[in-house]
Ligand binder design. Sequence first.
Ligand SMILES: [Ca+2]
Ligand SMILES: [Ca+2]
Length: 364
Amino acid sequence: MAAEQTGDTTGFDRTLEEGDANMSMSGFERHFVALSKGKGSGFQDISGCSGADAIQDGRAAIFADLDNDGDADIFSTTWTQGAGPEDLGRPGHLVYRNNVGAEQGWIRVTLEGRASGRDAWGAEVRVTSALGTQTKVKMGGSGFVSQFDPRLLFGLGEATSVASIEVKWPSGLRQTFPGVPAGTSIRFIEGQEAGEVVEEQRFVLAGPDTHPVVKVPGINLKRGRKMRRLRMGPVDQPASAYDKQSWVKGEPFVVNFWATWCASCDEEMRDLQRVADAHGLKVYGVNLDGDKGRAQKVARFAEEHGITYDLVGLHPDDVEEVFRKGKIRIPLSVLVGADGVVVDIVEGWDRTHRNRVIALTRSP
Ligand SMILES: [Ca+2]
Ligand SMILES: [Ca+2]
């Protein structure tokens, strides 16, 4: 799948640094989908509304009618799904179900060579209908170690039939077959006079599973589960007075666990502040300093680093709600979707993590 560089509205520098976790070898290009506007009329960028504009590092895209319903679906392989640190280097596979234009006509042509070799790679098929003549060449595919659907699918729009189908076999043989109604899948065998209709079973592709439940080592929160409520309160009040708090409803948010003694928390918090400012993201900064002198330390830290989002304290008994055996591992950010479900748990911080937070602000 071709890709294009996106404009980053936050003004962040996306240069990769050596050792960047979850890195992109293509500079965080989003997958690009172009819609043909018809012969000679160019293409339109439909990446965003197609839903196929993933930010993962694409390696191959395969076009195939996976559910046999007469439209091309897309399968793509990526370097990583980027869901968490444990996903580093783990290949991610994405299936894009095509739900557009289900009422439009199509025909499918399967070829079986004889003199040309059974697969008939390189055969040319011309389908003539009210739309004009469409030509497709049977190819093994393109993209890294991948292969397309070997069956040739022709979209017919509102046409209800095709007038004729011509096959030019690699052996040089040319055959012209009579038309068929839209919705027909037909197989031609080289040299045989008539094609045979193929009965195809339709499949239902499983719905998107956007929140697989995933454990993160050392952390008592899980991706795919509701973000649990915690006893929190103002940093200038004793933690013993804190009560369970509700999170913001109907919008995504980030819960960042930090402490004034955490050396790398400041960079993360400045980044979160920028995303909060640029995208209106709700951020909770949950402070893990002890009661003693906390209000002054937090106020000083916030002023020094320009943090204006909510900074709150956590009841010590709730530390174990987040960290296994109460063992604090920070920086830690929990990215929560508008439905209150944890979509990502980010440990440590580097530049690529910002993209995951920015992606959260764009999630439905
Ligand atoms: Ca399909
Ligand atoms: Ca479909």
